[in-house]
Ligand binder design. Sequence first.
Ligand SMILES: C[S@@+](CC[C@H](N)C(=O)[O-])C[C@H]1O[C@@H](n2cnc3c(N)ncnc32)[C@H](O)[C@@H]1O
Ligand code: SF4
Length: 363
Amino acid sequence: MHFPFCVHLCNYCDFYKHKLEGSEQIQGFQQLLVDSWEKHQQLFDEHNAELVALESLYIGGGTPSLWSVAGANFFKDMVLRNWFQLTPECEFTFEVDPDTWTPAAIEAWEQAGVNRFSLGLQAFDNEVLKKLDRKHNVESVVETLDFFNKRNANFSLDFLIGVPVENRNVLEEIKRALDFNPAHFSIYILQARKNYPHYDELPEDDKIRDEYLAVVEFLAGNGYHQYEVSNFALEGRESVHNKKYWSYASVAALGPNATGLLVKSDVEALRYQWKSMSAGYQLEPLSGDSLRIEKAYLALRNQMGLSMDFFSNEELVLLLQLMGEWNEAGYLRLENPDKITLSPQGYLMLDSVIDDLFKEKVL
Ligand SMILES: C[S@@+](CC[C@H](N)C(=O)[O-])C[C@H]1O[C@@H](n2cnc3c(N)ncnc32)[C@H](O)[C@@H]1O
Ligand code: SF4
């Protein structure tokens, strides 16, 4: 579920969002959800699909923590009462940014069922936060971590690396965050599109690689294993929601620009993406090669890996040769011979791994 408002629009971000100027925007958003929900039901009816109780729910943004007590009430009174239910063990994640939450709002969302928080820190250093055009500073990072730690909450931290700041000591920043016992980290490499401010000043590829690999190693040394390109968790604390996404399971979606996937069979799926300003969506049927490529891409992004059963016997012959080359380059983990799983170096080369599969006509 996508909540599309922020107090400030960070200069590197190309997610769909608006600057929040007044509560009437939130009223409009809630009305949009109501109208969209009707369309969602029609969509599911047309495709004989049924929305069962959710095993995971993720409210992301934008800045959902701005959808404060009133948002939690809307969620309880409208969404949970009339639209869908959550299983008793549902993993319900809510994104929070420093400086945008109140204890009352967090409590209200917990009462609505939230049991996991994703905190958008991005950095633990004022110079880096400033470079990233974030509104918050280290003081509010500490205040946020302190609050969630003292509450014994289950939380994940988002960090950005590959930021154009000379001599950044990202390991020291992560070390400071470790004092607050996060269960999970999402570490993203900063992407800057053309015409975005950091486009011309991003660090060289080898600098980014070194930083990424150092972070992976540091987190592993502190008990956080990598289970996807950007995600790290303590044992048993991986995100249920993430894992569903990456295993190509059906995921329902609601909110401006949110994207859902309805899996009909092994060879047929339907993607729907909500429009930004109206309760309509665009449909993209997936089958044949496009479905196969998407599945392969998702499988290679995470430690569940791509099963050898995915390939025909002829493809396997070509694949084994490619795997020899990847192995020499250090792109593979070789723990399980029944599937391809990439190493951290392999993750960094994911696009070229996929290119190889195309070039050799394995995909
Ligand atoms: C869209 S944000 C929403 C969460 C929250 N508003 C925040 O900013 O932390 C989700 C995550 O995407 C990542 N992100 C946003 N823009 C990015 C970019 N240009 N490159 C890489 N990661 C990005 C950030 O780490 C962020 O925590
Ligand atoms: S707060 Fe998050 S979603 Fe909002 S503009 Fe900044 S990075 Fe994007």
